[in-house]
Design a protein around this ligand. Structure first.
Ligand SMILES: C[S@@+](CC[C@H](N)C(=O)[O-])C[C@H]1O[C@@H](n2cnc3c(N)ncnc32)[C@H](O)[C@@H]1O
Length: 432
């Protein structure tokens, strides 16, 4: 092994980029011998400067290295050379003036020129639809149309999300309301879901340990986050109406979803008997299972969610909707276990906006076959009444599997598709 290879790390300069925004790059670089700082765009060296700004903090950290008290640098990017509509990556290198010593890449910075940034603030309507916020699609398509070419497949959505993640770490771009508002919603709601998952009561004290309703958290974040994301998307596309949950048990899903509604300024309705399931022919269930009292659910939603945006509607669906209808709805989530319950609540389908999205529990991946929904009626299957009702309304549904036992449905004509779950989780975990 050569000496350089052996001691290369010790001989290489060190440093940091402290700020990189508005075209100004600032930081410090320090070597055992004098260094210069260079900015590279691909193979083109844009500029080179000698660190000379006083840095008492670096001197305090490295008192033994000569020059540590004046190793700071700051420079403005020469936009006249790179173009102020530039979008790309810039490499900042600290290079010893002695050519045989190794250099160090201090950072690879994402860079957006001022004209490029300005153009993204109010992009024209792209006419492209997909499971992302409307203005986010418009903004991305302005500079990266190739990343918006296939938003209906998981692969195309992944490509779009990779571009979005690039934007989300690009100074100036990631501060723009179109992107920052979306990132804030995703980070806040995901962090809240994790809080609820951790702190919500585990077990149902009124049920026997071998009963199916012994556990109070029957859904996963993967399932519920698909709804949370779709609410933002629907709102961005101007779909009108409020949000309704049918079947809340102890309020686990209600806690996560009500918090999301509060972030969006959206009203949420919770419909439940608050006495558990009605009698049915269902083989898997008994009347009274999954009961949470109104007081208990209200308390849980206050503590773990946002009860101030919720209107609770107590009663069996057949009674609640006998001669009353909810206001316009943009989205509904039903977790009602039974065919009879889905049939009783589906009278509200008239109140759904024509582009509304529906989510339901009691779905498996197998029922979603190339855009068709293949399922047969049974007392434990709430899906057929939903499909039949939408056929009657002349609004046949398509859909996709989400995760666990949850599926998503939207009108074939004019509906807004729901994002692939793996892609959504990739996006939100990177942003969180
Ligand atoms: C499986 S639990 C819901 C679980 C809940 N989404 C969660 O995440 O904890 C089913 C709920 O549906 C309600 N339910 C089912 N059929 C109903 C009906 N016909 N009328 C009113 N409530 C009903 C039950 O009271 C119960 O709270």
């Amino acid at each position: 092994m050569g000496l350089l290879a052996k001691f290369g790390d010790a001989l290489a300069p060190r440093g940091n980029i402290d700020a990189a925004a508005g075209g100004r790059i600032a930081g410090w670089a320090l070597g055992r011998s004098p260094v210069r700082v260079e900015a590279w765009l691909g193979t083109n060296r844009l500029l080179s400067c000698e660190p000379s700004i006083t840095r008492a903090d670096v001197a305090a950290a490295f008192p033994d290295i000569p020059g540590s008290n004046c190793c700071g640098f700051a420079f403005d990017l020469p936009y006249q050379e790179i173009g102020d509509d530039f979008l790309g990556e810039l490499r900042i290198v600290a290079r010893p003036t002695k050519p045989w010593l190794p250099s160090t890449t201090l950072a690879t910075l994402h860079l957006a020129g001022p004209v490029a940034t300005f153009s993204l603030a109010s992009p024209p309507d792209s006419g492209i639809s997909g499971p992302f916020p409307r203005r986010v699609i418009d903004a991305v398509s302005l500079h990266w149309p190739e990343d918006c070419a296939d938003l209906l497949t998981a692969a195309g959505q992944r490509q779009f999300v990779d571009r979005l993640l690039w934007i989300m770490v690009t100074p100036d771009l990631n501060a723009m309301p179109i992107f920052a508002d979306y990132a804030r919603y995703l980070s806040a709601t995901f962090a809240h879901c994790r809080f609820v998952e951790r702190h919500f009561p585990q077990t149902n004290r009124t049920a026997a340990p071998d009963s199916t309703d012994f556990h109070c958290k029957p859904n996963s974040i993967r399932e519920l986050f698909a709804i949370i994301h779709q609410l933002y998307v629907l709102k961005s596309w101007g779909v009108e109406g409020e949000f309704a949950e049918f079947g809340c048990f102890k309020g686990y899903s209600s806690a996560m979803l009500s918090y999301a509604c509060r972030q969006l300024g959206l009203k949420m309705h919770i419909f439940d008997s608050f006495e558990g399931l009605p009698p049915s022919q269902g083989a898997g269930y008994e009347a009274g299972q999954y009961a949470g009292s109104l007081a208990e659910v209200r308390d849980h939603v206050s503590r773990f969610g946002a009860s101030e945006v919720v209107e609770f509607h107590k009663g069996f669906f057949a009674d609640t909707f006998r001669d009353w209808r909810p206001p316009r709805l943009m989205c509904l989530w039903m977790d009602v276990d039974l065919e009879v319950s889905a049939r009783d609540l589906m009278v509200v389908a008239d109140q759904l906006s024509p582009e509304a999205t529906l989510f339901s529990h009691e779905c498996t991946a197998a029922i979603f076959q190339n855009g068709s929904i293949v399922t047969s009626p049974s007392p434990d299957n709430p899906i057929p009444p939903m499909l039949v009702r939408h056929d009657e309304l002349g609004r046949p549904l398509t859909g996709r599997y989400i995760a666990g036992y949850t599926g998503a449905f939207w009108p074939r004509q004019g509906g807004i598709p729901v994002m692939d779950t793996d892609v959504l989780m990739h996006l939100v975990q990177k942003l969180a």
